[in-house]
Design a protein. Structure first.
Length: 569
């Protein structure tokens, strides 16, 4: 066990949990020059070495007061409860508030409605969801765009997007201020070749090939990436069900199909036989056959006076009736108990076109299905476990194919041949790699979005496999968690090679200066990007000499430089 400092310095930060998200957070804090303690149930030697010497590690359950006190809770400025257990995170947050009423508390919770309730009703400063913070980037990547993040402010959705200045575009040769006036977006950074220009001035001239990281608006909170959608070919529920029945029939055992066809032929032949032998009307003959095979026999028709051969044939039909009923019950039982009617519909996905496939219904996978479905996309999910937590909820949004996404047969059933994108979003990096390889083998032209934790491996895979995008939930979410711990008014964090950019919102009050921002870079560059005047409903680009009045709301950015001079972790 590694003990924390007996007297933690001012600015001391505590991180509870050293999973994917906790590890990223500790690394970012260390790169900013912050020091603190990590409290985790387990920690590998590699991760301990990565966060040292800025962070010491205490092994144990952070819900124990003894460990929080040992970690320096009474003098710490911030604590981040970011384990994979939501209830544990809430418990740690409440314990931290009891032990240190002045500490800034950031907790990780999946349910955003619960998060809002906790922020309003419990003394937790910020409650964030890692999957919600990462989802916009995954959704945009699936649709072929580049969105670094998204967040809601008032009735507006703000997007942090990347765009490239084309040599033939009118933007080439214009200044940053002119580009902002033209597009309505503020520039956070410019990637020019291997160089990154953070906090570019308004007079900076844009050149062809520049990649801009910009902040802009889209109206409506329900669409994370509105305007990026493509209209897939719609498939009605009835057509999907019919296609599913065809798929089920094709996959049914040969003996079952043969028996059902044979028995159906017997019924059809019997209708013809009784129609002419007993001089019945076609409907009466069909009625008589059904009452015979179901052994109902209402007595209105019988073979008592019929010729011997017809009696023998009638006996044969009665014997077949029992087999027909047993077979029908077997089929219905198989559909209801094994494949279920929803799965029959899902089998029709093999003929879908223009849809998006999401493999894995974990936290991020389910959120992607929900975001894509709400934005108007046709989504097919693949899940290998029938007891998956979000399986039933996902079925309310679209078809779910049960099976292993690494198998080409499962991808075929999900309609990979006609899909415009496949997102491998399971919690297992190796499984996601296998899904990407299987997708390329089954349909090489499909746009693939891959979820990986290891940033270096992600970069190699994107180059070698040629996939559309390789993303990490923890890498996308960690900057916002860090920003919320350092600056209480942070809405979104953006990671640049040498800087952490924090987007903030603040309502101007006379006599009240900028909000407190802890850490070595508290006095770093800050700019007001947009202003919403008191009583107005829309944000406008802020001029360099913008004067603020009481009640005006500003949307701005702070640039915090990393101290290690390294690239992104």
């Amino acid at each position: 066990m590694a003990n924390a400092d007996a007297n933690p310095p001012c600015g001391h930060v505590i991180v509870c949990g050293l999973g994917h998200v906790g590890f990223r957070i500790a690394c970012l804090l260390a790169r900013l020059g912050m020091r603190g303690t990590v409290v985790a149930r387990e920690a590998s030697d590699d991760r301990r070495a990565a966060v040292a010497p800025h962070f010491s590690v205490i092994l144990g359950d952070a819900r124990e007061d003894r460990l929080l006190i040992e970690a320096g809770i009474q003098r710490a400025t911030a604590i981040l409860a970011v384990t994979n257990d939501d209830l544990a995170n809430v418990s740690m947050a409440l314990d931290a508030r009891r032990l240190n009423p002045n500490i800034t508390i950031v907790a990780r919770v999946f349910d955003q409605k619960l998060a809002m309730h906790l922020e309003e009703s419990v003394e937790i400063d910020r409650v964030l969801s890692a999957s919600a913070l990462a989802a916009p980037a995954f959704v945009a990547a699936a649709l072929g765009a580049t969105v670094r993040g998204a967040f809601a402010i008032d009735a507006t959705t703000c997007l942090i997007e990347e765009s490239t200045i084309d040599a033939a575009a009118a933007s080439a040769g214009r200044t940053v201020d002119q580009w902002t006036a033209q597009t309505g977006r503020a520039v956070l950074a410019i990637h020019r070749g291997d160089e990154t220009l953070p906090h570019p001035r308004g007079a900076t001239v844009l050149a062809a090939g520049d990649r801009l990281v910009g902040l802009g608006f889209r109206q409506g909170n329900d669409e994370c990436v509105a305007g990026l959608r493509q209209s897939p070919r719609r498939v009605s529920a009835l057509r999907a069900f019919a296609a599913g029945l065809r798929e089920w029939w094709r996959d049914a055992p040969r003996a079952l199909r043969a028996a059902l066809l044979a028995l159906t032929a017997v019924v059809a032949l019997s209708v013809v036989v009784f129609r002419f032998a007993l001089d019945m009307k076609p409907v009466d003959a069909f009625y008589f056959v059904i009452t015979t095979v179901t052994t109902t026999g209402y007595g209105d028709y019988n073979l008592l006076e019929a010729p011997p051969w017809l009696k023998l044939y009638g006996s044969f039909v009665m014997l077949c009736g029992a087999a027909i009923i047993a077979l029908l019950f077997s089929i219905v039982t198989d559909l209801v108990l094994r494949t279920r009617f929803r799965d029959v519909i899902a089998r029709g996905c093999a003929r879908y076109e223009g849809h998006i496939i999401v493999a894995g219904l974990g936290n991020i996978g389910f959120r992607l299905v929900r975001e894509l479905a709400h934005s108007g996309e046709t989504v097919v999910a693949i899940e290998c476990r029938e007891d998956a937590e979000y399986l039933q909820a996902a079925r309310e949004l679209g078809p779910v194919v049960l099976g292993n996404a690494k198998m080409e047969e499962t991808l075929r059933r999900a309609g990979a041949a006609g899909a415009k994108a496949i997102v491998a979003a399971t919690d297992d990096d190796l499984a996601n790699l296998s899904i990407a390889l299987a997708t390329q083998h089954a349909c090489g032209g499909c746009h693939v979005v891959l979820r990986l934790f290891d940033a270096q491996l992600a970069e190699k895979m994107q180059r070698s496999l040629g996939v559309g995008a390789v993303l990490s939930v923890s890498a996308a979410a960690a900057p916002t968690f860090v920003g919320a711990a350092l600056c209480p008014d942070t809405l979104q964090g953006v990671l640049l090679p040498d800087h952490l950019v924090l987007i903030f919102s603040r309502t101007f009050r006379p006599g009240v200066g900028r909000s407190e921002c802890r850490g070595p870079q508290a006095g770093e560059a800050e700019s007001v990007l947009f202003v919403r005047r008191a009583g107005a409903t829309r944000y406008e680009a802020a001029a360099a000499d913008c004067a603020l009045g009481e009640g005006d709301t500003v949307l701005g950015a702070r640039w915090h430089p990393f101290q290690d001079g390294q690239g992104q972790p």
